[in-house]
Design a protein around this ligand. Structure first.
Ligand code: BGC
Length: 740
């Protein structure tokens, strides 16, 4: 062989090696929910050290680690250098410090935290990078407050628009849900804080949440309710999972062998800890055997928790063996070592209330705001053409960091919409304010912060005052919607009505001033039929964090071009929504999810029901045009990646971001399928007048359905139609592929 041949061979080897590497990288990035953070699986490298520690522990010390010893900690073993495991709520920001043995606030002065947008808002950004930034920021705040476990994200599927916790949850769609959950979790855990993904599982209503037995087909469970939890465990390596309050197929979730042992441990190979929701445990032996590791509670009789003294008694009676206890303790210590909470060398220190976190909260809030209607192009306000503005609405001045039942955040900064407008508008513009409506409940019990019956009474004097104020100014902005008492944990809403006479207020104000913008601040679907008729300019914002008002004002004046899209469907009528159309909400002892896999837009599309605003919908101040949709091939095998490509052009007059969505239909399927299912999306920034070539990858395995007979995910061979749309309803073009 001459020298020349040797060079050629080396070149070929290098080429093949690089091509393989490239393919591997491509495979890694093939899901849109992959992130820049390397997945850190729970390392087993401490296991032998842990075994020797366990051998030094007494049975009492071990059992002490398996239950709460205060409202938000479980015991350590001081003599062996094991600290307590410190937990904190939760989705909106790091909760203020409470007494160890009561729910009362400690009243500290050093427990302020950044208020981050609630789950619905984050999800409406459809921006996985922002989900990672969110996770990193809230994780850093948890660390700065010396916490180990963040009781978040809350990723239950939005099954009914009435669910009181819709504001915390991400979406009605399993793909969007996991696409936001994975980067969020990786972000948090990159800060040496573990997430507690909640509430596992099928906890989709607050009515009877402590007792209701949830029933559904296996396919529905696998395709709709579990994918985000599965991705949290497998793709993001979530360190802990929270067992929910309700039952599934007859067994409470914290003692549910099928979900905790069969699926979570055996199928998904979960190495972390299962922590109960607070007071969600109902047994000692059954919970322990069926997968629970730590019991947390709401009462302060810590020694009598099921996994405290009753567990010692069960051990003494031989009802449970010591190896089971050791297994649980080992899992806890493993998580603690991974979080560097035992040997804290090199543990992230975190940071809290920083300018950077406020900037991140602002970025998330400003990308979450949705433009629902702008038929007369009133938005954005041209500030050089107006002299006065009337701001109306209780929500113009209301703060949402706290309220209702459950976790809130004590924050130093929460900019209200009125303050935001004052910050953004030129000083020459006169701003007037009228409250317009106020909360009126049927009972007078002001100590109750949630679950109060909303009165039909309207304060007409407030409406009159608002109408007079609206007449006098060039532009009116009404901040309407709901609040944290109307939407709250522990209760579902009774109906979709906008409370406190807001329909009438909006109608009357728009009659006297057609230059009226309505901003709905809420985090679950409401009936907007009347509002939609009254106004030509409609925005949607959320319980949107410390910078909510600044972000909203910047959208209103056009400094920010709105780019959020709905993470769920807004129906015309409640009875159009699947759980209500099938009369299967809320159930009583049991609730059967009769709509099966047809949750959210899957139902509306398949049954041809027109929603008021569809899933994935949201406008912009600019226009986008789609063209040249194609795939890299026509035929794929089941383990290949379908590369979809198209051109996105910004044909309007403003730079902007568009969320391009890929839905897939399976016309030849032999099983019932939704008309279309979201399988990919990308948020893309395009400068005005420019065009970008966009690529979105769909692994062919994402097209699988769950075959109940085979107990397997199956990709059926045949034709699939890939639909490129701006929402689930507005499809711009199709391309057909074939699966071998
Ligand atoms: C909620 C959980 C929360 C826990 C602790 C429960 O009522 O369901 O989401 O983390 O309380 O506050």
């Amino acid at each position: 062989m001459n020298k020349y041949n040797v060079y050629i061979i080396i070149l070929i080897v290098v080429f093949i090696f690089s091509a393989c590497q490239f393919k591997k990288e491509e495979k890694k990035k093939s899901n849109s929910y992959e992130t820049t953070i390397q997945t850190k699986s729970i390392s087993l490298k401490f296991d032998s050290k842990i075994d020797s520690i366990i051998s030094l522990m007494t049975l009492e010390e071990k059992v002490a680690m398996l239950h709460g010893n205060s409202m938000f900690t479980s015991s350590g073993v001081e003599r062996l250098g094991i600290p307590e495991l410190k937990m904190t709520d939760g989705p909106l920001g790091i909760r203020e410090e409470l007494h160890r043995d009561s729910w009362a606030a400690l009243g500290s002065t050093n427990d302020f935290a950044t208020f981050f947008p609630a789950g619905g808002g984050l999800s409406a950004t459809w921006n996985s990078e922002l989900a990672e930034i969110y996770g990193k920021s809230i994780g850093a705040e948890a660390r700065a407050r010396n916490k180990d476990i963040l009781l978040a994200p809350a990723i239950n599927i939005v099954r009914t628009p009435l669910c009181g916790r819709t504001f915390e949850y991400f979406s009605e769609d399993p793909f969007l849900n996991k696409s936001m959950a994975v980067p969020y979790i990786k972000g948090v855990q990159s800060q040496d804080v573990g997430v507690c993904v909640k509430h596992f599982a099928v906890n989709n209503q607050e009515t009877n949440r402590g007792t209701v037995d949830v029933l559904m087909s296996e396919r529905t469970l696998r395709e709709i309710y579990l994918p985000a939890f599965k991705a949290a465990v497998i793709n993001a390596n979530a360190y802990t999972v929270m067992g929910a309050y309700n039952k599934f197929r007859g067994d409470y979730l914290c003692e549910n062998k099928y979900l905790l042992n069969t699926i979570l441990r055996d199928e998904w190979d979960f190495k972390g800890i299962v922590i109960s929701d607070w007071a969600a445990v109902h047994s000692t032996v059954k919970s322990l055997k069926n997968g629970l590791d730590i019991e947390m509670g709401t009462i302060t009789d810590f020694d009598n928790y099921y996994l405290a003294k009753p567990l010692l008694d069960s051990l003494a009676a031989g009802k449970i063996d010591k190896q089971t206890i050791d297994k649980k303790v080992k899992r806890i210590l493993r998580v603690m070592y991974n979080l560097k909470s035992i040997d804290s060398t090199g543990r992230a220190k975190g940071s809290i209330n920083t300018k950077g976190h406020l900037t991140n909260a602002y970025k998330i809030a400003s990308e979450s705001i949705i433009l629902l209607k702008n038929s007369e192009n009133i938005l954005p306000i041209n500030t050089s053409k107006i002299n006065s503005i009337t701001v109306i609405g209780d929500n113009a001045t209301r703060k949402h960091a706290a309220g209702g039942f459950g976790a809130g955040v004590k924050t130093k900064t929460e900019i209200t919409p009125l303050e935001g407008l004052k910050n953004s508008l030129p000083k020459e513009i006169e701003i007037n304010y009228a409250q317009g409506y106020k909360e009126i409940y049927e009972d007078d019990d002001k100590s109750k912060t949630y679950g109060r019956k909303i009165s039909n009474k309207i304060d007409t004097a407030l409406i009159d005052e608002a109408v007079q104020a609206a007449k006098k100014s060039d532009i009116t902005v009404i901040f309407a919607g709901s609040n944290r008492s109307v939407e709250s944990e522990a209760t579902d809403r009774e109906n979709l009505n906008l409370p406190f006479g807001q329909d009438e207020l909006i109608k009357k104000v728009t009659e006297v001033n057609p230059n009226t913008i309505v901003v709905i601040i809420a985090a679950a679907p409401f009936n907007l039929k009347e509002v939609e008729k009254s106004t030509s300019a409609l925005l949607w914002s959320w319980f949107n964090g410390s910078e909510a008002g600044n972000a909203l004002a910047d959208v209103i004046i056009g400094k920010v071009n709105p780019s959020g899209k709905l993470p769920w469907t807004i129906p015309v009528n409640l009875s159009d929504s699947p759980a209500h159309a099938t009369n299967s909400f809320p159930g009583s002892e049991t609730v059967e999810y009769k709509e099966g896999i047809l949750v959210g837009y899957r139902w509306f599309d398949t049954k041809n029901i027109k929603p008021l605003y569809p899933f994935g919908y949201g406008l912009s101040y600019t226009n986008f045009e789609y063209s040249n949709l194609k795939t890299d091939k026509q035929e794929y095998s089941m383990d290949e990646i379908i590369k979809v490509e198209f051109i996105l052009k910004n044909t309007g007059t403003k730079d902007g971001k568009e969320i391009a969505q890929l839905y897939v239909s399976a016309p030849e399927s032999t099983v019932v399928k939704a008309t279309k299912e979201l399988k990919g999306f990308k948020k893309v920034f395009v400068k005005k007048g420019n065009a970008k070539t966009v690529t979105i990858s769909i692994p062919a395995k994402e097209l699988a359905y769950y075959n109940e007979n085979k107990k397997q995910w199956v990709v059926e061979p045949g034709t699939y139609i890939i639909k490129l749309g701006t929402s689930s309803k507005n499809i711009k073009s199709n391309v057909t592929i074939n699966i071998k």
